[in-house]
Design a protein around this ligand. Structure first.
Ligand code: BG6
Length: 472
């Protein structure tokens, strides 16, 4: 097995981190629009928020982001220049339904994405569309509690119907939710969930997750009815859990972390709640309200393929261990003494990607695509106007080598790779602009000219794509 000829090389972004234009052309306010950067951000994205007003002296990264809204033609031309075969983007729900409960969609919002998809088509770039990437209408958060409430499924399906019908000629790959497991770790950011004192947070999170899982099945059903060529994928934040030591207690804890992570995909792909979760719910007193038809819906409409983000592996220690903690993609885990870390403390583990690919493929036996992988780093422009991001090239090159081994030596069925990020975007967890991920630098920090500049990694990735992964 080698990398297939039609491998979907590309890059990814999300609307809330990339688009800006937050109040233009009828767009409504979305959950992340009320989350400022700064010290409270980490609490807010975890659900500790009751005041949804926009403060005058605070900086809200989604409002301007890096202004894709006014630069989409330029950016997509740059993606085409790199040779992208695919571009993963997300829809800003409130551009289409400003409050979420309107009878008819906002034509200006629909037109914007139509223009984006037309540009992609012009260059033969396949869009991969995340329907909800850290994005729900704020109105629905305030009115019904977002995904806590089963009514949310209807509002979400209304959005899906409009998208599937309107973009039938442009889009075939759909991801109902970004990092669906992130609802456990950053519930406001992931799903618009908020908590007050005395709440049983786990009960709320898993009930909301159940609603999302039903929405995912119903969206799959609808997508196929509207266009039988549509393909629906699960998307979760991956990264295998390593035991900190061979102490069986560490091994056991690592297994539990993997189960917590795979829980969502187990349901989306195998079509039923796994036994380990049902037992755990019982022990914890989590009692989910389900409708009679739910079990059947989950089993009848599983996903077609599996997608995931991978930034790092996780290292898990039992309570009695002396392990130190470190940061990761919203998971604080034990510090793995064998791994270097990024400037933000995220471990760097290319072999971990090969391990994860093998584990996920063994578990689900479905085609897979990596839809996020990359390095957040501080980039500087030198006197000659160049951006020498050799650290990013190294990171990506090592990870793509691991992918090649997983395909060529282990036989995993991988049909694409969209790096995070196609272009600089603002960081989701920290809201910082200086944590840059893209192949394209955007002047959005100080002067805010939004000028685009090609980094060294831009030219490097172009060669990777041209050679179908031979030149790394
Ligand atoms: C993933 C998200 O969790 O990680 C992205 O899907 C996010 O939206 C990416 O940007 C990197 O995380 P961060 O917090 O560094 O932006």
């Amino acid at each position: 097995m080698t990398i297939r000829k039609d491998f979907l090389w590309g890059g990814a972004t999300s609307a809330n981190q990339y688009e800006g234009g937050y109040n233009e052309d009828g767009r409504g306010i979305s959950s992340m629009d009320v989350v400022p950067s700064g010290k409270n951000r980490s609490d807010i994205i975890r659900g500790n928020i009751s005041d949804f007003s926009i403060g005058e002296d605070l900086y809200y990264p989604t409002h301007k982001a890096v202004d894709f809204y006014h630069h989409y033609e330029e950016d997509i031309a740059l993606f085409a220049e790199m040779g992208f075969k695919a571009y993963r983007l997300s829809i800003s729900w409130t551009r289409i339904f400003p409050n979420g409960d309107e009878e008819t969609p906002n034509e200006a919002g629909l037109k914007f994405y139509e223009n984006v998809f037309k540009e992609c088509k012009k260059y033969n770039i396949q869009p991969i569309v995340t329907i909800s990437h850290f994005d729900v209408p704020l109105y629905l958060v305030e009115k019904i509690g977002s995904w806590k409430n089963r009514e949310m499924i209807d509002y979400y399906l209304k959005l899906c119907k409009v998208l599937f019908e309107r973009y039938k000629d442009y889009v075939e790959y759909w991801l109902p939710f970004n990092e669906i497991n992130m609802i456990l770790h950053a519930p406001f950011m992931a799903a618009g969930l908020t908590f007050k004192g005395g709440d049983n947070e786990e009960q709320i999170k898993y009930q909301a997750a159940h609603h999302e899982l039903i929405a995912s099945s119903l969206a799959t059903k609808m997508a196929k009815e509207i266009n039988p060529d549509n393909k629906i994928g699960s998307m979760f934040a991956a990264g295998s859990a390593y035991p900190y030591s061979c102490n069986p207690k560490d091994v056991w804890e690592a297994l539990k972390v993997d189960q917590e992570n795979y829980f969502f995909v187990d349901i989306q792909s195998r079509g039923k709640y796994p036994n380990y979760a049902l037992k755990e719910f019982k022990r914890k007193g989590i009692d989910l309200v389900m409708h009679d038809e739910d079990k059947q819906l989950l089993s009848e409409y599983p996903v077609d393929f599996i997608s995931f983000s991978y930034y790092n592996s996780r290292c898990i220690a039992s309570k009695d261990s002396d392990a130190k903690l470190t940061d990761g993609n919203l998971f604080a885990t034990a510090k793995n003494p064998y791994l270097e870390a990024s400037e933000w403390g995220w471990p760097i583990d290319p072999l971990g990607l090969r391990i994860t690919l093998n584990e996920v493929y063994d578990r689900y036996q479905k085609p897979m695509i990596i839809v996020e992988n990359g390095l957040g780093a501080i980039d500087t422009i030198n006197e000659d106007g160049q951006i020498k991001d050799d650290y990013r090239i190294q990171y990506l090159s090592d990870h793509i080598k691991a992918i090649k081994s997983a395909i060529e030596e282990d036989g995993v069925d991988l049909f694409g790779y969209t790096a995070w990020a196609a272009c600089d975007i603002v960081s989701a967890s920290s809201g910082e602009m200086k944590k840059r991920y893209g192949f394209i630098y955007v002047d959005a920090d100080d002067k805010e000219s939004f000028t685009r500049l090609k980094k060294d990694s831009f030219y490097w990735y172009k060669k990777v794509i041209q050679s179908n992964g031979d030149i790394l």
